[in-house]
Design a protein around this ligand. Structure first.
Ligand code: M6R
Length: 366
């Protein structure tokens, strides 16, 4: 059932082009300039009347929520807050009747997320679920929702669930932006067309496997690792770090690149690998100067760059090239080499990739 792959995780990483297609099939009609999702259309007024959107989730799903925050605010201009379900449920949070709460969960069984949903419903909010497992508790508990259609995810480390969650959330954000008139026609069409090109670009991003394996061989014994990103790719830095720590047991942290100078830069020395997501997009010059700061302290730089990049290449110790896309969708590509990197490091360290110690696929206890 691993289809010739050594691990479910690797199989699931490679399934992403198909999984993303399955996610938008029947929903995205780029040529007609249409996005159709029943769960959204049936509740369009609830979405359009929302003063704000609250996103609740845990772990990787919370990272998808953070990416969604950037996408929703960019396109719909509705304020978004992303909450750890565990903190939200115990904080006595402010929840209003015209809040829309989006709960994200691969398994649909995460105890804290489920409890957060119940709390939001008790306060009269409209709760929308983004789940992978059909018929799961969260999909039943929410008022409406959209499945990710990623297919079964067996590896404990979430991979295709993450990219398909982002796909669903981007579709929702674009549809709402269109309905609200907060996106120009040309931007709307451009993003639909780019979304349709994502699966083939993910294929290209998967071709970084050999480079990722080589880099993994060099840094597999590092005790620590930093991940940096900005904007849409800040959450990808968090996700890259989570992936590394959960399967390889290397201590890793993700940071917004500009936060370096507020503390973590003190950690940098020649022993410290720093993975930087340095796409040729908005704030590129800022990320280049962040890379210079690391370099002048002798940190080892592994940069995920846009194909054709020359500036970062000159500074970095290693570069991983991926195709260009629009900024908002770039997390779908930048995350791929980070999954591969942690996979290979974990394998080289002899770790149980699919079932890391102390972890379960669905966390049904709080
Ligand atoms: O099933 P869920 O998406 O609700 O699970 C949330 C987290 O437990 C999950 O994403 C976890 O962080 C993964 N092991 C990360 O790879």
């Amino acid at each position: 059932e691993k289809d010739g792959y050594d691990h479910f995780m690797l199989k699931e990483i490679y399934q992403q082009p198909e999984a993303i297609k399955d996610t938008y099939r029947g929903r995205l009609h780029a040529n007609e300039g249409l996005i159709r999702m029943a769960g959204v259309e049936d509740n369009l007024q609830r979405f359009l009347n929302a003063d704000r959107i609250l996103i609740v989730a845990c772990g990787t799903s919370w990272h998808a929520g953070l990416v969604a925050e950037y996408i929703f605010e960019e396109f719909t201009r509705v304020p978004v807050e992303v909450e750890y379900a565990s903190e939200f449920r115990y904080r006595n949070p402010v929840i209003r009747e015209n809040d829309v709460v989006i709960a994200i969960s691969q398994s649909g069984e995460t105890a804290d997320t489920l409890a957060a949903i119940k709390l939001a419903k008790d306060h009269g909010a409209f709760v929308f679920g983004v789940c992978n497992v059909v018929g799961s508790s969260i999909s039943r508990e929410t008022h409406a929702g959209a499945y990710t259609h990623a297919g079964p995810e067996i590896g404990v480390a979430s991979t295709k669930a993450f990219t398909t969650q982002i796909t669903v959330l981007a579709l929702i954000a674009l549809r709402l932006a269109q309905a609200k008139g907060t996106v120009t026609n040309s931007d709307f069409h451009r993003h639909l067309q780019e979304l349709e090109l994502i699966p083939e670009k993910v294929e290209k991003a998967l071709e970084t496997n050999d480079v990722a394996e080589t880099i993994a061989g060099i840094y597999k014994d590092a005790p620590n690792c930093l991940y940096l990103g900005r904007g849409f790719n800040f959450p990808v830095a968090l996700e890259g770090a989570l992936k590394l720590k959960e399967i390889s047991y290397i201590h890793a942290e993700g940071y917004p690149a500009a936060e370096m100078k507020h503390g973590p830069i003190a950690l940098i020395d020649e022993q410290m690998p720093v993975v930087v997501i340095a796409q040729k997009q908005e704030h590129y010059d800022k990320i280049v100067s962040n890379i210079q700061e690391i370099k002048s302290r002798s940190g080892k730089i592994i940069a995920v760059v846009t194909k054709g990049d020359t500036q970062v290449r000159e500074l970095a110790d290693h570069v991983i090239e991926i195709p260009k896309t629009v900024d908002a969708l770039s997390p779908l590509l930048t995350t791929i080499p980070l999954q591969l990197l942690s996979y290979h490091i974990a394998v080289m360290r002899g770790c149980n990739v699919d079932q890391p110690r102390n972890l379960a696929k669905s966390v049904t206890v709080e």
